[in-house]
Design a protein. Structure first.
Length: 334
């Protein structure tokens, strides 16, 4: 059941942490298009791609940017006390899996402890708020994946500090739902990208790197191991799924993915073909990008999201990469 965008005659208010990221910017646009008043949270000093995503939102009516750190309990509790949002989307995270091995404590504080802080703030100051936690397929890690893909019932075996922190946040969300009756849901999102994806993530490294090679701005694209298999979708599609989760009468957890995928090498070769480049001439292995432990295979079974949320993806991995490469090429040429 999908809710109306007004509550008692007032606009629905939503908080989005991580509004400057690819997911946050798409979700902000989606909610604003549906008549929400949006309070977007970001840190004052963001990296350049995030600043670019914020620029895309400039001037939009009913959008309010709040600068702060989600690990600051005073900031979060004050925000909840003042706004009392109808919906709270926790998208902010230290989201680079490889970097989490170098910053495990900071990763846990941001990706797990801050989630508990937000949930406690909601319980205390705004218990009617519906909470969405951006969970991840990295929870499954080393768990063997069937041909049908991982479901909500698949056991977790995270393989990185990022995955471990996200597992703690997942169970904190479930516990808040079961112990306190909060409307709190986890979206177990598989890999998803877009032209707004950060340049240090594999999909964007491929499309941006090969666009530079195509234009003669670089000779090779340096990457680590290309054998991992990933289910890759479009960010905007997945934010629609997140919104649909909070429109349900009862909170729950949902796997979101395309049910298709490819190895990173297959993705690289696909974009090479689109660019008219030879894989062996442009790929350069770089051991600096290897991780201490890797997740070999991730594929989603989103049948529950299809059935309950009436959600379907619009792009498979090929279409996502094509969209990203074309956007990167056009941006570099302009």
């Amino acid at each position: 059941m999908l809710c109306e965008t007004t509550f008692g005659g007032e606009l629905l208010r939503a908080v989005i942490t991580g509004v400057a990221g690819q997911d946050g910017s798409y979700l902000a646009e989606l909610l604003l298009d549906r008549g929400y008043e949006v309070f977007g949270v970001t840190r004052r000093h963001g990296v350049r791609p995030n600043e670019e995503n914020l620029h895309l939102l400039e001037g939009l009516e009913n959008l309010h940017i709040r600068y702060g750190d989600i690990t600051d309990a005073t900031f979060i509790t004050r925000l909840l006390h003042d706004v009392k949002p109808h919906e709270y989307y926790n998208l902010a995270a230290l989201s680079h899996v490889g970097q989490s091995f170098k910053e495990p404590v900071a990763t846990f504080n941001t990706n797990a402890t801050a989630v508990v802080t937000a949930l406690e703030g909601i319980r205390t100051f705004s218990p009617a708020t519906r909470f969405y936690q951006a969970s991840t397929s990295e929870l499954f890690g080393l768990t063997p994946c069937s041909e049908d893909g991982h479901t909500e019932a698949t056991p977790f075996h995270p393989r990185s500090p990022y995955g471990v922190a996200k597992a703690a946040a997942f169970w904190a969300t479930v516990n808040a739902r079961e112990a306190w009756g909060l409307h709190a849901s986890n979206g177990i999102l598989f890999n998803h990208s877009s032209p707004r994806r950060g340049p240090d993530f594999a999909s964007r490294k491929i499309t941006l790197g090969l666009a530079k090679v195509k234009l003669g701005l670089a000779k090779t694209v340096r990457m680590g191991d290309l054998s991992a298999f990933r289910d890759e979708g479009l960010s905007a599609d997945y934010m629609d799924a997140a919104w649909r989760m909070l429109q349900q009468d009862k909170p729950d957890d949902y796997v979101v993915g395309t049910g298709t995928g490819a190895t990173i090498e297959q993705m690289f070769r696909h974009v090479c073909a689109r660019a008219g480049l030879e894989f062996d001439e442009v790929y350069e292995a770089d051991p600096r990008f290897l991780r201490p432990s890797e997740v070999p295979f991730l594929k989603a079974n989103a049948s529950k999201a299809h059935r309950v949320l009436d959600w379907k993806p619009s792009h498979d991995w090929r279409a996502v990469l094509d969209l990203m490469f074309d956007a990167d090429l056009a941006a570099l040429e302009s």
